[in-house]
Design a protein around this ligand. Structure first.
Ligand SMILES: *[C@@H]1O[C@H](CO)[C@@H](O)[C@H](O)[C@H]1NC(C)=O
Ligand SMILES: *[C@@H]1O[C@H](CO)[C@@H](O)[C@H](O)[C@H]1NC(C)=O
Length: 266
């Protein structure tokens, strides 16, 4: 019985890692996925109170996410699309994903209706937890953005992602600052790939710094607002911008899901 359970989990993890997206883009502009911070530093305790770790089984970090309110977590679509809700455990209130401040279970999972349509677009999801998240000195929500990211903005990513492609998760939460790269510039860098559009924002600092496997779904925060959710990149820190879901662009969708008005009309 227990063995069967473990096998199922391993199968799910394996299936998921195939879908994982801190994407490696090949020359044709197709992107493969994964996610983790390279070149960052350890975050102070309580630095990112909105940060969560999404775990298929308690103790196994898979993706990042952020707390929007007592009931809702935001993350990337590719972090949750292959998992049934019972394999989405939300760990809150900690810098060490294996030492939870709080543990919550998914009650509803809403992946964007147009997830991956076209390829690599609309990679955003909301998870409703089954009991209200208790806020405390290490656990707080992050505000949704009130406007688009401006040029020159400092954007901070936090995550437990690995430091080398497909490496193990970092035990301690890392943080890293990026600048904002305008979409037209980012498109030029990626040779006008069809995997990028208005629903994305790009961030960059320099070669040797960037997101990597395990950062996927994690929060990019600027000036106290959640501006991005890690989507894809060319792992890891190879000198290309990282590409994130543009939370401002998806505000209506987020509000509709949270208020119970979201309908997929496909
Ligand atoms: C849970 O939080 C929501 C607001 O996010 C609130 O309306 C609701 O009353 C809370 N439920 C409980 C049981 O505290
Ligand atoms: C864009 O094309 C140039 C020239 O073929 C290549 O050197 C560069 O690596 C490409 N950029 C990306 C992100 O693949």
């Amino acid at each position: 019985m227990k063995l069967l359970h473990i096998c199922l989990i391993l199968a799910l993890l394996q299936q998921h890692s195939k879908a994982k997206r801190l994407l490696e883009m090949d020359v044709a502009g197709r992107a493969s996925i994964e996610g983790r911070i390279v070149g960052g530093q350890a975050a102070e305790i309580g630095y990112a109170k909105y940060q969560v770790s999404l775990q298929p089984v308690l103790g196994y970090h898979n993706c990042g996410g952020a707390i929007l309110n007592e009931q809702w977590i935001i993350t990337a679509g590719h972090c949750v699309v292959t998992f049934p809700p019972e394999f989405i455990v939300v760990v809150t209130g900690t810098n060490r994903y294996a030492e939870p401040g709080g543990v919550y279970y998914a009650e509803e999972v809403h992946v964007h209706c147009m997830y991956d349509k076209p390829y690599m677009h609309n990679d955003i999801a909301l998870v409703k937890v089954s009991k209200n998240i208790t806020f405390d000195e290490l656990t707080q929500p992050i505000a949704l953005p009130v406007g688009p990211v401006r040029e020159g903005a400092e954007i901070v990513l936090t995550g437990w992602g690995s430091e080398v492609p497909n490496g193990n998760a970092n035990e301690n939460l890392q943080k890293i600052s990026f600048g904002f790269v305008k979409l037209d510039e980012c498109l030029a860098i990626f040779n006008q790939t069809s995997s990028m559009g208005v629903g994305h924002i790009c961030t960059f600092s320099k070669e040797g710094e960037g997101s990597c496997h395990g950062d996927s779904g994690g929060p990019l925060v600027s000036n106290g607002y959640l501006v991005g959710v890690v989507n894809w990149g060319r792992p890891c820190a190879k000198g290309f911008p990282d590409v994130q879901a543009n939370v401002y662009y998806y505000l209506d969708w987020v509000r509709n899901v949270i208020s119970g008005n979201a309908k997929c009309t496909t």
